[in-house]
Structure formats: C-alpha cells, structure tokens
Design a protein around this ligand. Structure first.
Ligand SMILES: [Zn+2]
Length: 139
C-alpha cells in the first residue's frame, strides 16, 4: 500500500555532504551517513531540533524515530517539532491550548451557521405559502 517497501533507496539521508545535521551540530557529534536525525533536521533549521531536544530529549526522539518506518519518521518528526514548539509557546497547555481555541471557534461557527440556516428557512417558508396561495387563487 505505502511506498515504504522501497527501503534501499529511501533510507539514505537526503542531504549529508560532510556538514553535520542540526541535531549533530547541536549535540557536538560527528554526523554519520546513517544519522537518524539528518533527513528531518537539516543544518539550516537549528531551532527545530533545539525545540524537540529541550522538550523531549534527543535520545527519546532517537528511540522513537528508530521504531518507525522511514516514511513514518518524517511525519513523526514534523509532529514532534510542532508539539515541541507549541509547548515552548504555551508551557501549561502545549498544543492542547491551540486545539481548545480552535474547538471553541468551531462551536461558535456551528452556532452561527445554525442561526443563519434557521433565518434562511424562515424566508423559504414565508415565500412558499404566498406562492401556494397564488397557485390556489389562480385555480
Ligand atoms: Zn546528524
């Protein structure tokens, strides 16, 4: 179903020409060709790795990524980065705070939509009997 069957090609890190990835640079270690972080934490985006290291710890993230297929790793890394940045912005609620705001807004919009639909239905109903009466009168 997924393209994870083509492991031999997709497991190679995308960019690693001697310069360490953001993770290895941050951890001050040599970035090897099979570095688990290199495909997801390019050297030009050091803040992303800093965020997940501060929130989750590099070794926990490494363990987590190692448990996943290559295709899942990218999604997991993006999700961890998003959540880590959310925790940095809001240490109390993390991304749940943002989800709560969106949920509240969704509820407000659903109420507005229900009101708009109700109002619209009064126009449709109020016009229908007039047409019906006009129809009856003509017959
Ligand atoms: Zn690396």
């Amino acid at each position: 179903m997924s393209s994870s069957n083509s492991h031999s090609q997709s497991q190679k890190p995308s960019i690693n020409y001697g310069s360490p990835c953001a993770a290895c640079k941050f951890l001050r270690r040599k970035c090897l060709p099979d570095c688990i972080f290199a495909p997801h934490f390019p050297a030009d985006q050091p803040k992303k790795f800093e965020a997940i290291h501060t929130i989750y710890g590099a070794s926990n993230v490494s363990k987590l990524l190692n448990q996943l297929s290559y295709d899942e790793r990218d999604k997991a890394a993006k999700s961890l980065i998003y959540e880590a940045e959310a925790w940095q912005r809001d240490p109390v609620h993390g991304c749940v705070g943002f989800i709560s705001i969106l949920q509240k807004r969704l509820n407000e919009l659903q109420i507005e939509l229900a009101i708009a639909r109700r109002e619209l239905s009064t126009y449709i109903v109020s016009e229908a009997p007039q047409d019906a009466n006009a129809f009856r009168r003509s017959n």
